[in-house]
Design a protein around this ligand. Structure first.
Ligand SMILES: NC(=O)c1ccc[n+]([C@@H]2O[C@H](COP(=O)([O-])OP(=O)(O)OC[C@H]3O[C@@H](n4cnc5c(N)ncnc54)[C@H](OP(=O)(O)O)[C@@H]3O)[C@@H](O)[C@H]2O)c1
Length: 337
């Protein structure tokens, strides 16, 4: 198979580093372009752990150069910067997988929670893709809106039950994230002293991922899904655990529902006991589990926020866009212990 040249913009960040690790070893994607804010450096200067592995140059973003070098580019950028960059690259014929929130929501929802949308034209054809829930929709897409981490974990837990739960009853989602979810820039709330030996909720109910869960869960069931979303920050580097609580309207065996729903899906493992984030660490696996107490349902999903919640799901989507096997170049062995 012919090599496909790809690039990463935002290569110095946490999700950029995870993309790097996969793309360096990918059998078809060849990394030919890397950029960050200032450029004039190399991969191993930015990420000393990769010393002796890659000395690729990292430049300041230059859309013409990026478009000459690459057929597809991963954007691991903050929202707003991502759409400004994507717009110029799409005009130049480059395919995009965007890890930010810029193309995940309707214009109305986006503008209510983020800022004015600056690329409405491309928003209209962007494809939102969690492969197990959106089938082959990524195939042939020009622009992928890669889903958010809390949303991926929450929807993978919730989706199998959308037809079995009473949507008029509250759906609560309690989702815990490791600190890398906040990106690499230091802040008071992500400071070691704030995070270590501590757990706290943040942005409860009004977190931006709540609207993303609602929009996409509603589309999946053609209903009106409302969720009460409570994220928490926990003292670990990576990992995410979403617990969904809802009311069943039918008498079902929750694990059988999950097993049937995720039958033959290589990256969702239906566990027979509540999942651990660590078993998914460094992989694209989503480990799911469910149980009920009468009609009270608990559905759980563990993922690695940087991988299934961002970079490995992005590479799976890129594989599908380019007609490659979903599993190509995607890590399956967790960082254990
Ligand atoms: N972290 C997660 O778990 C996670 C999960 C899902 C989705 N996401 C989304 O993925 C995106 C990246 O997240 P992250 O955690 O990797 O962030 P991060 O660690 O803060 O990295 C951000 C990257 O963007 C680059 N950048 C910022 N402004 C730029 C500009 N104007 N031109 C070029 N490069 C620029 C930074 O370069 P410099 O080093 O030069 O500043 C850095 O490489 C965000 O939209 C985030 O919401 C993150």
């Amino acid at each position: 198979m012919k090599a496909i040249n790809v690039g990463i913009i935002g290569v110095s960040g946490y999700t950029g580093l995870e993309l790097l690790k996969m793309l360096i070893n990918h059998p078809i994607f060849t990394l030919t372009y890397c950029a960050n804010t200032e450029g004039e450096t190399t991969i191993c200067e930015l990420h000393p752990a990769l010393f002796g592995v890659s000395d690729l140059a990292v430049e300041k973003v230059d859309l013409d150069h990026a478009a000459r070098e690459c057929e597809l580019i991963f954007l691991a950028l903050p929202h707003k910067t991502a759409m400004q960059t994507a717009k110029g690259l799409l005009e130049r014929g480059v395919k995009i997988v965007d890890l930010s929130a810029d193309y995940r929501l309707t214009q109305e929802n986006y503008e209510a929670f983020y800022c004015e949308h600056e690329d409405v034209e491309n928003l209209e054809h962007a494809v939102y893709s969690i492969p197990e829930l959106h089938g082959k929709s990524a195939m042939g897409a020009r622009l992928i809106a890669n889903p958010g981490c809390h949303v991926t974990a929450s929807l993978l837990a919730l989706a199998p039950f959308l037809e079995h739960i009473d949507l008029t009853h509250p759906i609560f989602i309690d989702s815990k994230t490791g600190v890398s979810g906040a990106g690499k820039s230091p802040s008071a709330s992500a400071h070691y002293v704030s995070v270590n030996d501590n757990i706290n909720c943040y942005n409860i109910i009004k977190h931006r991922h709540a609207i993303e869960i609602e929009q996409h869960a509603s589309l999946l069931c053609s209903g009106d899904v409302h969720v009460t979303f409570v994220p928490s920050l926990v003292p670990m580097t990576r990992g995410m655990l979403a617990c969904v609580y809802a009311t069943l309207k039918l008498d079902v065996d929750p694990l059988s529902v999950m097993e049937e729903f995720y039958k033959n899906r290589p990256f969702v493992r239906v566990r027979t006991a509540p999942p651990h984030t660590k078993m998914t660490s460094g992989t694209n696996f989503a480990d799911v589990y469910a149980a009920c107490d009468g009609n009270a349902l608990v559905a759980i999903c563990a993922i690695d926020n940087l991988m299934r919640g961002a970079s490995s799901q992005a590479v799976v989507n890129a594989n599908m866009m380019m007609g490659l096997p979903e599993e190509m170049g995607i890590p399956k062995i967790a960082y254990i212990p």
